[in-house]
Design a protein around this ligand. Structure first.
Ligand SMILES: C[S@@+](CC[C@H](N)C(=O)[O-])C[C@H]1O[C@@H](n2cnc3c(N)ncnc32)[C@H](O)[C@@H]1O
Length: 190
């Protein structure tokens, strides 16, 4: 079975396959692993916009992309800003998929972490422009207090999404210790 991170990448790959020229969002660049994964997909010829509120994350992600062994055919832009400003950057364009890897920057300041209000605002704004069968993928770490709060708040909101319009999937291992990462995936179906 895929772990949460591996599964999130499988979903991204399927989304690129569905619409190689689409617009993708990385809501939390961090060290750039998710963006690097997307940009290393050979059929991806669309565009990627990545956000982070820490300069170090922009630098680390840029370095990671520049060191990919083959050049990407997609265009990308990394923005030092909060993901809750996403609508200013996507304007009226349809979004094929977005990934949010929540929590704090590994190897960075653990006090700078994603927070439910801005995460949820970004999710809502992207939903307004999400392509049909597009997905928003949230990778959730609940092993720290803030992460648990964010997870609980997200569940509370997403459980109430109308099923005629959205499918919401929780992907998690229920017999593992220490709160392994899990996914919430929202797919627009109508
Ligand atoms: C778990 S890390 C992301 C890991 C990353 N996806 C990777 O592949 O390395 C979470 C990141 O979210 C960033 N972050 C926190 N609040 C944010 C916000 N409001 N907008 C954008 N990024 C934010 C943090 O600075 C941190 O770099």
């Amino acid at each position: 079975m895929y772990n949460a991170l591996q599964y999130s990448h499988q979903l991204l790959k399927q989304q690129v396959h569905k619409n190689p020229q689409g617009l993708f969002i990385d809501g939390t660049l961090g060290n750039g692993h998710d963006s690097a994964f997307l940009l290393s997909l050979k059929d991806f010829t669309g565009s990627l916009i990545g956000f982070d509120i820490q300069e170090i994350a922009i630098q680390n992600s840029t370095k990671r992309i520049e060191s990919l062994d083959h050049s990407t055919k997609a265009s990308y832009k990394f923005i030092l800003d909060s993901h809750d400003k996403v609508s200013e950057y996507i304007e009226d364009n349809l979004v094929q998929s977005a990934i949010f890897n929540l929590g704090y920057l590994p190897g960075g300041d653990h006090n700078v972490t994603t927070e439910f209000p801005s995460t949820f605002k970004a999710v809502q704004d992207i939903l307004g422009n999400l392509a049909i069968h597009g997905q928003i993928i949230l990778v959730i770490y609940s092993g720290h207090e803030n992460g648990m709060t964010e997870k609980n708040n997200l569940f509370e909101k997403l459980e109430k999404f109308p099923q005629e319009k959205y499918q919401v999937l929780a992907y998690q291992f229920i017999n593992q210790i220490n709160h392994p990462p899990m996914l919430l995936v929202i797919e627009r179906i109508k």
